[in-house]
Write a protein that binds this ligand. Structure first.
Ligand code: C5P
Length: 300
């Protein structure tokens, strides 16, 4: 019988994203609290002779069959084969709903979903910490998605320490149109200067808030890349500034160019979504996704 699995691949936001220093290997030493959110791709895995990837869905992009981040999922599958020595294959179908290259970790999440799914489909039995190790071969963000929920991430992104699920308000995401996004993570890191480095204190603060089960708030957030938006992502800066003048506190999502608002009052969501749209961004109302949902796989 051919095995078939469906895996949820959630997007993420960073509650904090701090850079401590540049490392001898050229990567940046991070302290970050990451959070999965309800916005998600759906990855369907089917036993097959070889590895193949197919991407469809509302955010699949313009290049049929060759969307920008399809290769992360492919690379995750081949990394698992290498690690286990198995001779298997799988068809990977990705229903893309997370905007690509938006700072929301979609491609990284798909890669980790492939690892979690194939781990079950092929009866590998690897613990999340092993999946995170394999995920680190694919990139700096995928290891987090081996755990999902809320987690502190350090190193270049490969050291993941799961926390209890954060308590947080609903989230209004704002994403610019696809033609204004690009492959920008490396250039954002390159543009950082030592004045932007911090000591990891806001990450410790969020960790304490989360562990105490207290509600997260704007004051807890910190993202090093917000110092660069004015020069590197002017459109994002303009929209965030416009919202600030209205008394809102927007936060950059990852390295941008998406950003998010924490909604203290959910009744304001329609008006704020309309304002975000006016500013040329796509609004999406979402909320945090707890770990139990973020790592679920379902046999079909
Ligand atoms: O590891 P990954 O391929 O996801 O990272 C993309 C780029 O972002 C790297 O090539 C590197 O330039 C930068 N990066 C960094 N420090 C990190 C993570 C990523 O400088 N901790």
């Amino acid at each position: 019988m051919t095995g078939r699995l469906r895996v949820v691949a959630p997007a993420k936001i960073n509650w904090t994203l701090e850079v401590l220093r540049i490392r001898p290997d050229g990567y940046h030493e991070l302290r970050s609290v990451l959070q999965t959110i309800e916005l998600h791709d759906v990855v369907t895995l089917t036993d097959a002779p070889d590895i193949s990837v197919e991407v469809a869905g509302p955010e699949a992009g313009e290049l049929p069959g060759a969307p920008p981040d399809s290769n992360l999922a492919y690379r995750a599958a081949t990394a698992l084969l290498r690690r286990t020595g198995l001779r298997r294959g799988a068809h990977i179908a990705i229903d893309k709903r997370i905007p690509v290259a938006a700072g929301l970790g979609g491609g990284s999440s798909d890669a980790a979903a492939v690892l979690r799914g194939l781990n079950r489909l092929w009866d590998v039995g690897a613990a999340p910490v092993i999946l995170a190790e394999i995920a680190a071969e694919v990139g700096s963000d995928p290891p987090f998605f081996a755990f999902g929920g809320t987690a502190v991430v350090s190193g270049r992104g490969e050291l993941v320490e799961p926390l209890p699920d954060a308590v947080a308000p609903p989230i209004l995401l704002a994403t610019p149109p696809q033609d204004e996004r690009g492959e920008k993570t490396a250039s954002m890191f390159r543009a950082l200067t030592p004045e932007s480095y911090s000591d990891g204190d806001t990450t410790i603060g969020v960790r304490e808030t989360v562990e105490a089960g207290r509600l997260l708030a704007d004051e807890n957030m910190n993202n090093v890349f917000e110092r660069l938006t004015a020069t590197m992502q002017p459109q994002t800066e303009l929209a965030m500034e416009a919202l600030r003048t209205q008394g809102q506190t927007p936060h950059l999502a990852g390295a941008g160019p998406s950003f998010f608002l924490l909604l203290r009052d959910e009744q304001l969501a329609p008006a704020l979504a309309a304002r975000v749209r006016e500013l040329g961004f796509e609004p999406r109302l979402t909320r945090t996704m707890p770990r139990s949902r973020a790592v679920r796989t379902r046999k079909l």
